[in-house]
Ligand binder design. Structure first.
Ligand code: UD1
Ligand code: MG
Length: 430
């Protein structure tokens, strides 16, 4: 399919989303819907044009963070509203043009390949549905499409048709060049319908072939409910792929994974785990209800109920419950309970006691804590950064470490305990 051009329609307002955010920027599995469409289009074509109108600057700037070499055009929406107006006056490089919608994030490149395997002047995607409401109905005669009728223009007989237009087409370029100028807006929505190109071409004897596709792949998102349904479908796909490649998942429906996360080796992901942007899990066990973002976890166990925040790297490390790690590199470390480890480096054989806190922020700047090998950090220790603890150090429970500690030392800061015998009865009973 490399010699087809692609036009992605993304100018619509998305009124039914009831949102100030442009429809195609609503996210599923961590990325805007339009991101997925462009990503798959890039696998097929070197000539991609995205048609924008509503909040075009925001949409374009967002996509430019992810992609290079994409053409953006602004639809003349005032004069030529509608899907037909959207594809008018676009210069395309190749002889065939695949038209995609920016609100169909579940389509994958191999589905799109099928369009070019059919020999016709127009190939259009159709779905058979029990409930066809909301879609354009497709009138088919034998193995050819006769016309598409939008719901708002359909007669009762046409409304009863169960075969609908999924909204993706492969056109020969000269068909678009010939018929787009002939479109009229004489219809219920007073819009220029791309779908009318089909009837015009058919009447002149061109061949329009239907390509039957699955609803699961060609689902359009028009509301926030649709958005959640599309995300569920994508989540199931993501998790199925991991499980087939050897990852164990417990109650996968309760696990949430962004689409760029990588999981390798014999990793185990327990229920309720959230794996976000940029995370990479290798041969590790992530226990129930932990959240990991933009971090690398190698040969380690995390959780239950732990939070690993961005730019952390764990190697051969055990992180237990209620431990928060941020922007830290831990190698061969145990931190079993209730700690905050931020902006630190901790080396092999070190043990972090319950309640340990790196005080990494003075209200203005962030500072680093560096802990060497075989350091035993007693419970309820505060490490006031910047601070360096050398190898083989013992820090007594309850210590506030506010200066560097030399190799082999004990660090202890504690006020002496005072006891008053007989106090209890005196205080409560007399
Ligand atoms: C369209 C089809 C309908 C089909 C359905 C499938 C037309 C006339 N109808 O209807 O037959 O069953 O898709 O989902 O094409 N857009 C623009 N500019 C515009 C209007 C829309 O770029 O002026 C874009 C939208 O951003 C969207 C796509 O075109 O990505 C489809 O628009 P939408 O309003 O959702 O069309 P439907 O009414 O769903
Ligand atoms: Mg739609």
């Amino acid at each position: 399919m490399a010699n087809n051009s692609v036009i992605i329609l993304a100018a619509g307002k998305g009124t039914r989303m009831k949102s100030s955010r442009p429809k195609v920027l609503h996210e599923i599995s961590g990325f805007p819907m339009l991101y997925y469409t462009i990503k798959d289009a890039q696998k097929l074509s070197d000539d991609i044009t995205v048609v924008l109108f509503h909040q075009s600057k925001l949409v374009q700037e967002t996509m430019e963070k992810y992609f290079e070499g994409i053409n953006y055009v602004i639809q003349d929406h005032q004069n030529y509203p509608g899907t037909g107006g959207a594809v008018m006056n676009i210069d395309v490089k190749h002889e065939k043009v695949l038209v995609l919608n920016g609100d169909m994030p579940l389509i994958e490149a191999d589905e799109l390949e099928k369009f070019s395997q059919i020999d016709a002047d127009i190939v259009m995607s159709v779905i058979k549905m029990d409930d066809s409401s909301g879609y354009g109905r497709v009138v088919i005669d034998g193995d050819e499409v006769v016309k598409i009728v939008e719901e708002k223009d359909a007669t009762d007989d046409e409304k009863a048709i169960k075969t609908v237009n999924a909204g993706i087409y492969l056109f020969k370029r000269d068909i678009l060049e010939r018929y787009l100028p002939k479109l009229s807006n004489d219809n219920a929505q007073e819009e220029y319908y791309l779908t009318d190109v089909v009837e015009l071409a058919k009447n002149d004897g061109y061949k329009v072939a239907p390509l039957y596709v699955k609803e699961e792949n060609f689902k359009g998102v028009n509301s926030k409910y649709d958005l959640s349904c599309a995300e569920e479908i994508m989540q199931r796909r993501i998790k199925k792929n991991f499980m087939l490649s050897g990852v164990t998942m417990h109650l996968p429906d309760t696990i949430y994974i962004h689409s760029d996360v990588e999981i390798e080796g014999e990793s185990v992901i327990e229920h309720g785990v959230t794996l976000l942007h940029g995370s990479k899990i290798i041969n590790s066990h992530i226990k129930a209800n932990s959240v990991i973002e933009d971090s690398k976890i190698v040969d380690s166990s995390v959780g239950p109920i732990a939070r690993i925040r961005p730019k952390s790297e764990l190697y051969d490390t055990h992180i237990g419950n209620f431990v928060e790690v941020k922007k830290s590199i831990l190698k061969g470390v145990k931190a079993g309970h209730l700690s905050y480890l931020g902006d630190c480096e901790i080396d092999e054989g070190s043990n972090i006691g319950a309640g340990t806190i790196t005080c990494n922020y003075d209200g203005k700047n962030k500072y680093k804590t560096i802990i060497g090998k075989n350091v035993f950090v007693g419970s309820d220790t505060q490490l006031v950064a910047p601070v360096v603890i050398e190898d083989d150090v013992l820090i007594a429970a309850g210590t506030t470490v506010n200066k560097d500690v030399k190799k082999g030392s004990l660090a202890i800061s504690r006020t002496n305990l005072k006891t008053v015998e007989g106090f209890f009865d005196k205080f409560f009973k007399e």
